[in-house]
Design a protein around this ligand. Structure first.
Ligand code: TXA
Ligand code: MG
Length: 319
């Protein structure tokens, strides 16, 4: 059931979480499917609802730095600087875990991923529950992440007691994941905060070559995927006229030569990547539901937010 967030519905959601239930809630990136991160039985429900493999660890959400301290073994200065600069916000930091977090949350890894979401409903809910919340994106495993409460209701509504509606997500892509668990800082997943902005705060971050993955557990080649085959192209000109009538075109910015496609979705009028990120997943869902034989997506430069957008498009295109 979708509920607008009021003190009463947030209190009800918090009580459900304390009782070991699961609740869907908004964050600035995508909607999350939350459970008490300290309760392994509650967390097991998340894996069931998502049909998520148990080797894929969950991000733990906190509302204050004290909670973060209690979940990790120790915090290097650089990790602290990132939290100061980007929290609350779309950055997840991986560090060796303390005993507070059950192994199921971290898929048996000795490290835990933590972030402080930048959404008042999420923060109010964490505070009201009085627990850190384990929350993956609120979609069946491998499918496109939901950026509205209606998407969540469509995808998994029958399995959750409550979907708190915080409106459309302001960022639209999942958080950037940076690990300090090994030697130097390492980018495990590009996301809502650009790598360049992180490097401006802590210096060089190791970026494993694609193909050297999956080094972030759960970062499988095929992910964020519509059911309709999605193909990456350099330009609409790469698609022959005869192939266009049963295909859709998806692009971040206006394109030349788009005649003949069954549907054309342009994410922004001016190529602003923030706006493209906000609209990307909803557009993929819409196109996926339209019955096209194929979705052609125009590639962009992998700089700034373009890195995360291209990461999601590549995974959606992987066979
Ligand atoms: O923006 C987001 O991060 C959203 C919202 C709901 O916060 N959450 C999200 O969670 O995207 P999820 O489960 O869809 O993706 C979590 C990913 C895992 O697949 C894995 O790559 C990484 O975060 N991760 C989580 N725990 C980790 C750990 N202990 N070590 C390494 N990577 C981890
Ligand atoms: Mg996900």
């Amino acid at each position: 059931m979708i509920a607008s967030p009021t003190p009463a519905t947030i209190a009800r959601a918090a009580a459900t979480l304390r009782d070991g239930g699961v609740v869907a809630f908004p964050t600035e990136t995508v909607y999350g499917l939350g459970a008490d991160a300290t309760n392994a039985t509650a967390v097991a429900r998340i894996f069931e609802i998502k049909a998520r493999p148990r080797f894929d660890p969950l991000i733990v959400h906190v509302a204050d730095l004290a909670a973060w301290h209690s979940l990790v073994g120790g915090i290097p200065a650089a990790a602290h600087r990132l939290a100061q600069r980007f929290w609350p916000g779309p950055l997840t930091i991986v560090l060796p875990k303390s005993g507070a977090i059950p192994d199921l949350v971290t898929a048996g890894l000795p490290n835990v991923a933590v972030r402080m979401p930048d959404h008042s409903v999420a923060l109010d809910l964490i505070r009201a529950a009085g627990r850190p919340l384990a929350a993956p994106s609120a979609n069946p495993f491998g499918y496109i992440s939901p950026t509205t409460a209606a998407h969540v209701e469509d995808l998994i509504g029958s399995h959750v007691a409550l979907v708190l509606d915080g409106g459309p997500c302001r960022v639209g892509l999942e958080s950037t994941v940076v690990s300090f668990a090994d030697e130097g800082p390492t980018l495990l997943r590009p996301g809502g905060i650009a790598l360049e902005d992180i490097e401006a705060v802590i210096g060089a971050v190791d970026v494993p070559a694609t193909g050297a993955r999956p080094l972030a557990p759960g970062q499988l080649p095929r992910h964020y995927a519509p059911r309709t085959p999605l193909v990456l192209i350099g330009s609409p000109r790469d698609v022959a006229p005869a192939a266009r009538s049963r295909a859709a075109l998806l692009a971040c910015a206006p394109q030349p030569d788009v005649d003949g496609f069954a549907q054309v979705v342009i994410l922004t009028a001016d190529g602003d990547l923030r706006q493209a990120a906000v609209n990307l997943f909803a557009a993929m869902r819409t196109l996926d539901g339209a019955g096209h034989a194929r979705i052609y997506a125009v590639a962009i430069d992998a700089h700034g937010l373009g890195r995360a957008i291209m990461d999601r498009l590549r995974r959606a295109a992987a066979m």
